[in-house]
Each structure stands twice: as C-alpha cells, then as structure tokens.
Write a protein that binds this ligand. Structure first.
Ligand SMILES: [Fe+2]
Ligand SMILES: [Fe+2]
Length: 500
C-alpha cells in the first residue's frame, strides 16, 4: 500500500512538474521570440547565454535539481569543441545552464526530428542556433553535415558542443564514441574541453522526465589541444578520451574526488572569518572578469576613429585594467583560491557595439566598480584583500573621469535622433546597473553590513546627477587635462605591490 501511495505521489509530482515545465517553456519561447524580433534576430548570445541559460536553471530548480560546476579556469573565449558523456534528459538542461560562450549545441535528428519540430523547443533551438546531426546509420548524409558544420564554424569562429555517444546511453556504462566528432575538432584545429556530467543514479530520469531532487556535478576537465592530429590518429585519440571518461566514472563511483575542491576556509580560522573570506573571494573573482575584459572592449572601441590623445589614454587605461586583473590573479594564486563563474550580467556586456554604447558601458561599469571597491576596501576585515582592493581603487577615480569625459564628447557629436537613442540606452543601463548593484549588495551584505543597502541608491544618484553634464551641450572642455592630472596622481603612488 505504502509502495502504491509513493508511486502515486511520484506520478502526481511528475505530471505536475511536467505541465509546469511545458508552461514555462512555452512562456519562455514566446518571450524569446519577442526579444528576437526586437533585436532583429541578431543577438544570438543574448538568447543562448542569458535567456536559455536562465531558463534551464529555472527548470532544474523547479525539479529540485542543483547544478555544481567544478572547474579551475573560465571557459575559453576562443573556438572550442565541448564534449561530454550523455546518459540523461537532464544533460541538456545542465549543459545549457553552464552558459558556454558562443557555443552551438548539436541535437540528434532522432524520432524524425521530434524535438526539432516540437514548439516551444523548436523555437528556442532555432533561435540559439542548434544544429541537427544525422545518425551514424546515414553515413553519407552525416559526412555532408560535418562538412557544412565545419564551414559554418570556420566562418563564425564560434564553439560547438557535441555528444560523442550520439544519444542518451542509460546502461550505466559509457557508450562507444563516434570519432567523426573528433575529426571535426582536428580539422578546425580547435581544442577539446571534456565535460563529465555526474548525475546520482537515484535522481536520474534517464530517457524520461521525472528527475528527483538532488545535485548534478559537471566536472570540467583540462583542455586537449588537437593540433597535429591526423585522420589516422583521430580514432586513437577518441579512444584515449573515452578511456579517460571511463576513468573519471570509476573514480567517482569509488568515492574519490575527481577534482581537488578549493575552498577559502583555512584550518583554525573561525567560521565567520572564513565566510567573509569566501564572500570577498567571490567579489574579487567576479571583478577579475570585468578587469580582464576591459582591454578587449578597448580594442573594439579603437576600431572606431579616435584622436591620438584619446587613443593614448585608452591604451593606458587598458594596460591598467590588465594590471588589476593580474593583481587579483596573484592574490588568488598566493591563497590557493580558484576563480568562480563570472557575474550573471557579464555576457550582456558583450552586446554593445557602437562607440557611444561602449563608452556608456565603460562609464557605468567604472562608476559601479568604484563605489563597490570603495565600500569593500573600508569594510573588509581581511588585511590582504583590503590592501589589494585599495590598490585597485587608486586608479578608479581617473577611470570614471576618463570615460565620463569621452562619453560626453561623443554624445555632443551625435545627431539629435542618435542622442535620443542614447538617452534611452542610458536609461536601460541605469536599470541594469541598479539590478546588478542590488544583487551584488545582497551577496556582500555580511561584509558591508547595513551600509551595503545604500550602495545601489548611491550609484543611481551618481548616474542621474551626471546626466545633464553628459547630455547637455556643455562639452566638458579640458577634461582630458584634468584626467591626466588624476592619472599622474594615481601612477605617482608607485609601482603596485601586494605588500601588507
Ligand atoms: Fe580596475
Ligand atoms: Fe577601472
């Protein structure tokens, strides 16, 4: 009887969650389509790395499934071929939830393309650029598909996710690997990043949909370069990689950890201190991504025409942000910490293209970073982190001034219509920064205390107060002189050091 009831309860849960999932998918597909129309179908990364990622996370959460990614490095920004084991329906959600940068997924053309033609999944896979591979039982079609895919990836320079097993293998053992997947990586000369998806057997729905609450672990293994692979050696390499996956599987089932887990907790340190250290480390880790990205954004900015003076200042700025990233990196190395994932808003920052939009983004980010660095430098009780953040903070004043000045100058050159568009964009950025700042203030609350709650308001007030200066016709003449003075003052602080 008990058995029957629990089976009934499980069936009830399955039906309820299945209909809720379908409703969520349908709503998300409609929203995604609307956003795609508004963005003229051109913001592929927004659809896959932001919208589909968060949808997958929401679905996993709804099913009570937690996702933990174990990795020591951020995912590569250059063309990469991701591969993983594939034993469960949950894999698809876990992989999309990782937000792999610029990555197309490959689905199996199974069940006569059932997934492909089933709205809303069809709409989403179309918008996120999913590709559909013919099965190995159709070798000629499959070979042509690989040729087309290779051409496409060469043109776009994007990454791809492939399942070497080709379908869900639910026997509890790894299926054979199709080596043509690795041939594609070798042809492209792109490195392979293996992902091992570990799903506890008691929560795994296999080919079904009734996952039970629990935690999925995705183990990101070290990158494998494919340069020098020949058609003859590809099969061997594919077997070696399969052996590695089998090795990981055995290691995990024997209970040994597959990766050394990193934690900022130090034996003998109080819980409160180690918690604070972990929060500060997460803050610095997300800052690292922003610092590290600055020089590539400057490179994008410099593709637009600009004066020699502006170019000099921007190059100096990019070098300084590179240095900030290095200082954070050194701090992490010294403490044996590993970086976490970037801040959830991070991928959105790659959408800006025009010079004005890039400058607006820099200005909003620098202001936000300055306010948070300031608060963290004064509040953290960790002397090492305090010294580091103070050092970073030293340069932020002139960074803010530089970008505010460049932005004001750029805006004054725009036509009234373009300025109107920029006003709307500035409003959007203010809203975005506000959401981001509120989120970050909540994360940092244990360190910042009640002062943290005021930070988003402070940032919003700064951004609003600057509006008349930015959009007024009063182009801030001589701002570069003031900027240079500030820059000199910050460099006069001497060579950066982490001495404490
Ligand atoms: Fe910085
Ligand atoms: Fe900065």
């Amino acid at each position: 009887m008990i058995h029957r009831m629990s089976r009934n309860a499980r069936l009830g849960r399955k039906l309820l969650l299945a209909s809720a999932t379908l409703a969520l998918l349908t709503a998300a597909a409609v929203i995604m389509l609307a956003v795609a129309i508004l963005t003229l179908f051109r913001a592929g990364r927004l659809y896959s790395e932001v919208m589909a990622k968060w949808l997958s996370r929401a679905i996993l959460t709804m099913w009570g499934v937690r996702l933990e990614a174990h990795r020591t490095e951020p995912f590569p920004k250059t063309q990469t071929v991701y591969v993983s084991n594939h034993s469960s329906t949950l894999d698809m959600f876990a992989l999309v939830a990782l937000g792999l940068p610029r990555t197309r997924f490959v689905g199996a053309e199974d069940l006569d393309g059932f997934l492909r033609w089933m709205a809303p999944l069809g709409i989403m896979s179309w918008l996120t650029g999913t590709l559909w591979a013919p099965p190995p039982s159709k070798p000629a079609e499959r070979a042509r598909w690989f040729q087309r895919t290779e051409r496409l990836l060469r043109q776009t320079g994007g990454s791809i996710y492939l399942s070497p097993e080709g379908e869900r293998v639910t026997t509890g053992r790894l299926g054979p690997f199709n080596s043509d997947n690795f041939q594609l990586a070798a042809n492209l000369g792109a490195p392979i990043v293996p992902l091992y998806i570990e799903i506890p057997r008691d929560i795994d729905p296999g080919r079904g949909f009734d996952a039970l609450p629990g935690t999925i672990h995705v183990h990101v293994k070290p990158t494998i370069p494919t340069r020098g692979w020949t058609p003859d050696s590809v099969r061997r390499h594919s077997e070696t990689l399969r052996d590695r996956f089998v090795g990981i599987q055995e290691q995990l089932s024997s209970g040994r950890p597959a990766v050394a887990s990193s934690s900022s907790a130090v034996p003998g340190m109080s819980d409160e201190t180690s918690r604070e250290r972990a929060i500060v480390a997460a803050f610095l880790s997300s800052s690292w991504y922003a610092e590290e990205e600055a020089s590539s954004v400057v490179a994008r900015l410099l593709r637009h025409p600009c004066s020699a003076e502006e170019r000099d200042l921007l190059v100096a700025y990019a070098q300084e942000e590179d240095l900030h990233a290095d200082l954070i990196e050194a701090h992490f190395r010294e403490r044996g910490l590993t970086k976490g994932p970037p801040f959830w808003m991070h991928p959105l920052l790659r959408l800006a293209r025009s010079r004005a939009a890039l400058l607006l983004q820099f200005y909003s980010l620098e202001l936000t970073a300055g306010v948070f660095y300031g608060a963290m430098a004064s509040k953290t009780r960790d002397p090492g982190a305090k010294a580091l953040i103070r050092r970073l903070l030293l340069d932020e004043a002139w960074h803010i001034r530089l970008h505010r000045g460049l932005l004001a100058r750029e805006l004054s050159r725009l036509s009234p219509r373009e300025r109107l568009r920029m006003r709307a964009l500035a409003w959007l950025y203010r809203r975005g920064m506000d959401a981001g700042a509120r989120f970050q203030a909540r994360q940092l609350a244990p360190v910042l205390g009640s002062d943290g709650r005021a930070l988003p308001r402070k940032i919003a007030a700064h951004l609003r107060a600057d509006l008349p200066g930015l959009f007024g016709r009063t182009n801030s003449r001589g701002f570069l002189d003031k900027t240079r003075t500030l820059q000199r003052r910050s460099s006069a602080a001497g060579p950066p050091s982490l001495d404490r």
